[in-house]
Design a protein around this ligand. Structure first.
Ligand code: NZQ
Ligand code: ZN
Length: 388
């Protein structure tokens, strides 16, 4: 841990089968106007919506709703939420859903009272918040993004073909989050495995950077081990509570700022994945899985020692009689087999990318410098072509 850093995480978590019982107590801390935000309807089918409404009514709250938040929420939808939040003098935004609903709620929370255009201010100019922030609470129903305990809020602009994340500070983190692993049982398998890979990639994005002996790397390896173990159980037995609960907890710790401490962090799989998302609107985790193997096989030469360690400590590759490069390559081979076993998208063509999009996707990719090599546009194109 050679760097200097500050650590604070203000989100209160309630975890387990009885977690929702704590919502009533949390509601007492806020005023009477609640903006209930949810997605395309899964919470109405699985009964979570009715439970939440009952608790809100019992607490005597005025409930206003913004439903229909789409996966990869759009800038137009953001404007709609801002108006609803302002018109109803919102005291608390209650997000009930996955990363999209939680991200969207945070975006509304900083934008509703913002005089400038929020897309321009927060996403194009990356400015900080200097206006009133509406508090957000989350009830999580899909696991992967870590949005329940971080300041991330990703918004997509289809007109300009840009998908951009603003990572806000602690003042924007959800005030509380309710995490009941049973709420994830109704997720379709495609979404469940996409979320699992999102978790894995959050961890590797932070792990594959730096060369110092760093506690964050040991934490990352432990989280990866738990994720690999539990995900293999969950794909065969989706209602295995122990496995689903471990996946849920791992997701939170994979991206709540802890394992980034002391790390420069890479994030290039996410940068390419987000550009792919802007062009295809594909499921976030699948945009990452489709480009990961080409990216990591290319970048390995620049961070060989860490890839060797990854192979041994995470994928149990035996180092006996092998060169560092052979060990590292075997680790990535095992990771690829695992990804196939889960049923992830392994090619960009599987998620709607066509050859004519490649130049545009490369242009929409922000190249970052925290990993083992800062990519040029040509290198991004090569990785995209290999991923087709
Ligand atoms: O909209 P509904 O009907 O609720 O259906 C959703 C949606 O179609 C469904 N779903 C969620 N919970 C369910 C369920 N279906 C049945 N049963 C349940 N219990 O799942 C679909 C996907 O949901 P979504 O929220 O879009 O998925 P995810 O949690 O992966 O969120 C993706 C968004 O988060 C951003 C992504 O870019 C994307 O926009 N990210 C946010 C991050 C952050 N805050 O730090 C980091 C990530 O890297 C990521 O970029
Ligand atoms: Zn992600």
């Amino acid at each position: 841990m050679l760097g200097n850093f500050e650590y604070c995480n203000p989100t209160r978590l309630y975890f387990g089968k009885g977690a929702l019982d704590n919502l009533q107590g949390e509601l007492k801390k806020y005023g009477e106007n609640i903006l209930l935000v949810y997605g395309g309807g899964s919470i109405k089918k699985n009964g979570i919506y009715d439970k939440i409404i009952e608790i809100l009514n019992a607490a005597g709250k005025n409930v206003f709703e913004v439903g229909g938040v789409m996966p990869n929420p759009t800038v137009e939808k953001l404007y709609e939420g801002c108006k609803a939040a302002r018109d109803n003098k919102t005291d608390l935004i209650l997000a009930v859903g996955g990363g999209s609903v939680c991200d969207y709620s945070k975006a509304v929370s900083v934008s509703a009272h913002c005089e400038a255009d929020p897309w321009e201010k927060y996403y194009l100019k990356m400015e900080d918040v200097d206006n009133q922030i509406i508090p957000v609470g989350c009830v999580l129903t899909m696991v992967g993004t870590g949005s329940e305990m971080n300041g991330g809020a990703v918004i997509t602009n289809h007109e300009t073909k840009l998908k951009i994340g603003h990572v806000f500070g602690e003042n924007v983190f959800p005030k509380f989050a309710v995490l009941n692993p049973e709420y994830t049982y109704t997720l379709p398998k495609y979404q469940m495995v996409a979320g699992i890979y999102d978790i894995m990639n959050h961890i590797t994005e932070q792990y594959f950077s730096g060369t110092d002996d760093n506690t964050s790397d040991y934490l990352a390896e432990g989280l990866l081990k738990s994720l690999i173990h539990s995900s293999r159980i969950a794909v065969k037995d989706p209602e295995n509570y122990e496995a689903r609960s471990n996946i849920m907890w791992t997701a939170t710790w994979a991206l709540n700022t802890l394992i980034a401490k002391g790390k420069s962090t890479d994030w290039m799989v996410h940068m390419i994945g987000q550009a792919v998302g802007a062009y295809t609107d594909a499921t976030h985790g699948m945009t990452l899985s489709a480009v990961s193997m080409a990216y990591y096989r290319y970048i390995m030469q620049y961070g060989m020692e860490k890839f060797r360690r990854f192979a041994i400590n995470v994928w149990d590759v035996s180092p006996d009689g092998k060169t560092g490069e052979q060990i590292a390559a075997e680790g990535l081979d095992r990771m690829e087999s695992y990804m196939k076993e889960l049923g992830l998208a392994m090619h960009l063509r599987d998620i709607g990318v066509t050859e004519d999009m490649i130049d545009g996707i490369a242009d929409a990719t922000l190249s970052m410098s925290g990993g083992y090599k800062e990519l040029s546009r040509d290198e991004i194109i090569q990785i995209l072509r290999k991923s087709m």
